[in-house]
Write a protein that binds this ligand. Structure first.
Ligand code: APR
Length: 390
């Protein structure tokens, strides 16, 4: 087995792993990323697209914000719609904005910057294993092209997503996982058609939630609620557009431009939080530790916030004195932020989705929407949560 040594091994080249790697590169902290998939696969994965202010700042800090500044669209609020009503939630209430910029672009920016700086990433590895993370000398092994490798390190960053190996390697009794599955999912389409509106709209329809979102002035991302267990094979673009148009409020339906699907997918709506996020010298970041339904656009932002917090801890440790202060508080500090984002995603899902045939539930939603429309305090709360809490 070929053996090498580095300071930090990062498992996973998603947004959390790539951002952590970029911040470490800038700081001159030696590290290696190992990734299950190919670079092309990682680069083309279509997912989130709304960036909170702290995410924008983290990308600036990592030196990968140039294209984002040029190509992202500012998002100064969003529309909440139900029946024939529309309410604009204005982020000016909290003096903040968010930005719309597709995750594929962030991934590409981070990968390009990593290549330029000569960061080491081993793609298409298999059988990644973490060892001795409860000691001062952890190590990671993996296989590539039929050969086995070992990397000794000071720390392991588990940025390997919800199905990754790092969390699963922790003895069961040391980790508590809190799970909640909503009884529905989202059917999504990505298409090169002009968006209905530059405002993202969240729409509570009696037959189920729908959302109008966008990736640019020419690329739209639309979703609607489908029952649990719905299969993608029953949907093509034509059927998607017909159902989407049917649920849209009249004020938007006439603006809808349909087109071929670049991508269609079904996402189950689930929350899961694992605590703690630190096990000796192994730290979990991003989806490896928590997932949320996409309703609040929090997943990517949470992954970025974790990666930055972990970076600050590692920076402090390597600043000279091997100070573990920030690494010791990483889990508690991250979880405090995580739970607030999980709560907001859960609450927005409750407000906007069809949960049952019981008309009482719908009346509760309508009463809450009515209240929000009359209360600046309630709108401020939504804006504050959407733009990102610390
Ligand atoms: N070994 C190496 N790499 C692995 C392994 C493994 N055993 N298991 C998974 N990976 C890789 C995956 O292939 C993936 O590229 O880890 C990466 C994890 O990336 P993500 O799943 O994107 O997770 P994260 O970086 O935390 O970002 C999560 O971004 O896409 C948004 O909203 C989305 O919440 C999500 C957030």
């Amino acid at each position: 087995m070929e053996t090498s040594h580095t300071q930090v091994v990062i498992i996973g080249a998603g947004p959390a792993g790539l951002l952590l790697g970029q911040l470490l590169l800038k700081q001159g902290i030696d590290h290696v990323i190992v990734e299950l998939r190919s670079a092309d696969y990682v680069r083309s994965r279509v997912r989130a697209g709304v960036l909170e202010e702290p995410t924008v700042r983290a990308l600036e800090e990592a030196g990968v914000s140039e294209r984002m500044e040029r190509e992202s669209l500012p998002m100064s609020g969003f529309d909440l719609m139900w029946e024939d009503r529309a309410l604009h939630i204005d982020f000016a209430l909290v003096n903040k904005i968010t930005r719309v910029y597709g995750q594929t672009k962030i991934t590409r920016d981070l990968m390009d910057a990593r290549n330029t700086r000569g960061g080491i990433t081993h793609y298409e590895v298999s059988d990644t294993q973490v060892h001795d993370f409860d000691t001062a000398r952890p190590w990671v092994t993996y296989e590539k092209d039929g050969k086995r490798y070992r990397i000794d390190c000071d720390f392991i960053a588990g940025c390997d997503g919800h199905h990754g190996v790092s969390r699963k390697s922790v003895p069961r009794e040391q980790v508590q996982t809190y799970k909640y599955a909503f009884p529905f999912g989202w059917l999504a389409i990505l298409a090169d058609v002009p968006p209905i509106s530059e405002q993202v709209a969240w729409i509570n329809h009696i037959d189920g939630f729908l959302m109008c979102s966008l990736r640019s002035k020419t690329r739209s991302r639309y979703y609607f609620q489908v029952p649990e267990g719905e299969e993608l094979k029953h949907w093509d673009a034509d059927r998607f557009w017909a159902e989407y148009r049917r649920r849209l409020p009249e004020s938007l339906a006439h603006k809808l431009v349909a087109g071929p699907a670049l991508e269609m997918s079904i996402t189950p709506l689930r929350s899961s939080v694992s605590a703690p996020m630190r096990f000796g010298r192994m730290f979990l970041a991003g989806d490896a530790a928590h997932i949320v339904p996409p309703t609040g656009a929090k997943g990517l932002n949470m992954a970025v916030a974790d990666a930055r917090r972990l970076y600050l801890g590692l920076r402090q440790y390597y600043a000279g004195g091997h100070d573990l202060g920030l690494l010791d508080s990483y889990s508690d500090d991250s979880l405090a932020r995580v739970w607030k984002a999980v709560r907001f995603s859960w609450w927005m899902t409750n407000l906007t989705h069809r949960f049952s045939d019981n008309p009482f539930n719908r009346q509760m939603q309508l009463a809450e929407l009515e209240y929000i429309s009359q209360s600046v305090a309630a709108q401020t709360t939504i804006a504050e949560n959407f733009c990102g809490l610390n």
